[in-house]
Design a protein around this ligand. Structure first.
Ligand SMILES: CC(C)(COP(=O)(O)OP(=O)(O)OC[C@H]1O[C@@H](n2cnc3c(N)ncnc32)[C@H](O)[C@@H]1OP(=O)(O)O)[C@@H](O)C(=O)NCCC(=O)NCCS
Length: 174
């Protein structure tokens, strides 16, 4: 179990028993509409269990293609940060979400900073990038706050809920 503790939250490896909290907090249109098209809506505990199962299997691999930590506050999983498509020694794509009741308190910038520091080292990365849909100003602010640089727009880079969305690309390079 990997664990990073700060004053306000804990970042730790997912557990199967987190499925209920995860489903509760992702099953919110304001969160879900900003996530990858792989995340369905509605999102139920069975979906979360399936996802956590995959995450835990990957963790056992020598060179995992993804690495996830959950954000826990007062015993509840209220968010997630993940590195995906990991190419060890090179790069990974980051994604994150936070339960709506915790928005606006600077929790995600703090968590993303700690996460990036950890995965830069763990996977010997040179580049961490992330993409936000054009409407998602909150996510862009998080990326700016942690020192990621805006690189450009992937026009119609995503297909979400039947609509083609422009993606804003941000990255931190070492
Ligand atoms: C984006 C997100 C992670 C921000 O996390 P956070 O801990 O609230 O981050 P911050 O407190 O630093 O706020 C960041 C920005 O969010 C916006 N924001 C804050 N509170 C908000 C609220 N209650 N409602 C809507 N937007 C809000 C503001 O633009 C803020 O920027 P500011 O500090 O310059 O005003 C969170 O809103 C979230 O999980 N959204 C849904 C999922 C998502 O978008 N994931 C990212 C996919 S790329």
């Amino acid at each position: 179990m990997e664990i990073i503790k700060t004053k306000r939250f804990v970042l730790r490896t997912p557990k199967m028993s987190d499925a209920k909290d995860v489903a509760k907090n992702i099953n919110n249109k304001n969160v879900s509409r900003n996530l990858s098209s792989a995340v369905s809506f509605p999102y139920v505990p069975k979906d979360a269990k399936q996802y956590i199962g995959k995450v835990l299997k990957e963790l056992k691999e020598e060179r995992p293609s993804s690495f996830i930590l959950y954000i826990e506050i007062e015993g509840e999983v209220v968010g997630s940060i993940g590195a995906h498509h990991i190419e060890q020694g090179h790069k990974a794509e980051m994604g994150f979400w936070l339960a709506e009741q915790h928005w606006g308190k600077g929790i995600m910038p703090e968590a993303v900073e700690a996460f990036m520091k950890h995965v830069f080292k763990k996977f010997k990365l040179k580049r961490i990038f992330a993409k936000a849909y054009a409407h998602n100003k909150g996510s862009m602010r998080v990326m700016e706050k942690v020192g990621m640089e805006f690189e450009g727009i992937e026009k119609k880079g995503a297909l979400k809920d039947g609509k083609y969305l422009d993606c804003y690309v941000y990255a931190k390079v070492k």
